[in-house]
Design a protein around this ligand. Sequence first.
Ligand code: DP6
Length: 325
Amino acid sequence: MKTPRVTARAHTNIALVKYWGKRDEDLIIPMNGSLSLTLDEFYTETTVQFDSKQQTDHLILDGVTQPTTRVTPFLDIIRNQAGITAGAVVTSTNHVPTAAGLASSASAYAALAAAASKAAGLTLNRQDLSRLARRGSGSATRSVFGGFVEWQAGTNDATSYAVPIDEHPTWPIRMVTVVVDRAEKKIGSRAGMQTVVKTSPFYQEWVKKAQADLAAIKSAIAAHDIQQTGAIAESNAMAMHALNLTATPHFTYFTAGSLTAMHCVEELRAKGIPCYYTMDAGPNVKVLCEEQHVAAILTALQAHFDKNDLLVAHPGPGVQIIREN
Ligand code: DP6
C-alpha cells in the first residue's frame, strides 16, 4: 500500500509577543499566548508518502539524509489518528535566501503536519491542523495561518491552537532580517526555555507581562499603529532575553553583532524613523517597520552589515498543499 505523495509549503513566522516556556512538555502547551507575523521570504516545502513496504521513516532534508528521532514520534500521532502503520518517506527543502541560518522548526512542522496528514487520508480543518503542528514545534502552531496570528495558549490539547488576527494585512508592514551570524545556535529554544521555566525567579512576572502585551498589541495592530506595535514587540523580546540572563546557568543569544544592529535601530528611531527590533533563540535581529522606511533602514544597517545579510520580508501566507499525486 502506498498513499498519495503530498507536498505542502509553509512559511516561517516571527513572534512579536513570544512563546518562551511550556506548561506541558509532551503536548507542547505554552505558559502564555503569543502573536506572530508570518513572512513571505522564508519557507519550507515538504513531500510525504506513506508506504507499507517501508519499515522505518526516512527523512531527507535539503538533499541530505537525517535521523528521524523527532519526526517519527510526530508521524506516529498522524498514523494513530489515521489508523495506518506504514513508514513514511519525507523530503524537505528549506527556501531561505543565501542559506542564512534562518531555517526554522515553525515552517518545518507546519509543512510536515499538512503534507503528512493529507497523505495519511486525514481531512483536518485549520484549527486541527494548527493543533497537530503544535505537537511538532510550538511556533509551528502559528505558521498554519498567514499574516498576523495569535496562538491561544489554552490548557490542553483541544484548546491550544492558533487563530488568524489579520491574514492579509493591508498595512504595509515589513520585517528586515539582519543576518548577524550564520552558525547554528548553541542553546536550542527547547532547552533554553526549559532552563528558564525551571530556574528564573522572574518567570511568573514574564507570564503576566506576556499576557498584558498580547492584549495591547492586538489593539495596536488593529489600529495599524507602528509605534505601539513596535514598542510592545521590542519590550516583549527584551523581557524574554532578560529571563535567559536570570536563569541558572544564565545564557544569552546576544552577540556583539546583535548589539550593533539594535543600537543602529535605536539611532534611527532617535532620528524619527519608527523601527523596532526583536530577537529569537539566536543572534539574528529582525526589524519591524513600515514599507516607506525600509530604504533608510537598509542604508543605516549597511554601514555595519553586508547588504547580502539584510533581507526584507512582507507578510506571507498560511500553509498550502501545492501538489498531490
Ligand atoms: C524564541 O517553537 O522552536 O522563537 O516548541 O520547543 O519546538 P519548541 O520551540 P520553538 O520555540 C520558539 C521560541 C521563539 C519565540 C516564538 O517563536 O514565539
